[in-house]
Write a protein that binds this ligand. Structure first.
Ligand code: NAD
Length: 283
């Protein structure tokens, strides 16, 4: 019998913890501000930005939105980031990705001051993560770690296999699991005999972006399966990378999509913003 990992429940718990702490800081005269920049009018990005604003409202942060036209130049965008870096009332800055093709996203990410980089994407914060001395790491894999922690899932000494090596999910996921003494393997599009590798995983994290990619034969009996994917199946329904109905029969724990990793990402963005604000006020 499998256990369902409830991302809605755990994300609500995290947001409520952030909300409580934010109220305490507010009572002491300190307001927390997250600045969100969106360039262009990608509808998916607009949905994400609206959800981030709603979460800010819920936890009690002030949120600033900078909606820039698609023609914004890289220099203009970086000037805005520099202005926000220098504004001591702003604690966190994020630029919703993707940015239009004429803007170099790496330059934009690295323009954000590492202390305000609440997405944890900048090279400084990624480097800090890999040496095990980090405070701001990528929200989605941090959300996975919170789920594992909440359900008391042991990581130390376990075979942890990640499918996907992106900078925003796969790689930071590997660093975080390694930090907790997992034995980590990262698979990707050039991995040979993928099913052979994944079927040895005690903890399997799928971050591929393909509906139904992880089938039951790829999963070990009793494994913990974390599905980061967000896809639409043939009938347009939201689904993850894992063939949930078949895989669930084999596992000890599994995340659903929706309601698994998705809500955790925004909750961790709120937590990261609180951490950034606390660090800044302790300087
Ligand atoms: P990406 O496209 O940057 O990376 C996909 C990875 O999958 C690549 O590293 C690639 O090597 C690997 N891959 C592709 N085909 C493969 C194959 N046949 N075998 C093995 N590996 C293969 O995607 P991403 O940004 O890391 O996102 C992955 C998924 O997670 C997407 O569905 C995305 O929407 C979702 N996502 C969810 C959240 C969330 O909040 N839950 C956040 C970020 C991304």
């Amino acid at each position: 019998m499998y256990n369902l990992i409830d991302g809605k429940l755990v994300s609500a718990y995290i947001k409520d913890t952030v909300k409580e702490k934010t109220a305490e800081l507010k009572a002491a005269g300190k307001e927390i501000t997250l600045a969100v920049i969106i360039v262009g009018d990608d509808p998916a990005s607009r949905v994400y930005v609206n959800n981030k604003k709603k979460a800010c409202e819920y936890v009690g942060f002030r949120s600033l939105e900078y909606a820039l036209p698609a023609e914004t130049t890289e220099d203009e965008l970086i000037s805005l980031i520099e202005k926000l870096n220098n504004d001591s009332s702003v604690n966190g800055i994020l630029c919703q990705l993707p940015v239009p093709a004429h803007i170099n996203d790496e330059k934009v990410i690295d323009a954000i001051s590492p202390e305000k980089d609440v997405d944890g994407f900048s090279k400084i914060n990624v480097g800090k993560l890999w040496v095990g001395d980090y405070d701001l790491a990528a929200c989605t894999p941090m959300g996975v770690m919170e789920l594992l922690r909440y359900y008391n899932i042991e990581i130390s000494g376990k075979n942890c296999v990640i499918i996907g090596r992106s900078n925003i999910v796969g790689k930071p996921m590997a660093a975080l699991l390694l930090e907790e003494n997992g034995t980590v393997t990262v698979c990707h599009s050039r991995t040979k005999n993928l099913a052979e590798v994944t079927s040895k995983a005690d903890i399997l994290v799928a971050a591929v972006g393909r509906a139904g990619f992880v089938t039951a034969d790829m999963v070990k009996e009793g494994a913990v399966v974390i599905d980061v994917g967000i896809n639409r199946n043939a009938s347009g329904k939201l689904c993850g990378d894992v063939d949930f109905e078949k895989v669930k029969e084999k596992v000890s724990y599994i995340t659903p999509v929706p309601g698994g990793c998705g809500p955790m990402t925004i909750a961790l963005l709120m937590k990261n913003t609180l951490i950034a604000a606390e660090k800044q006020s302790n300087k």
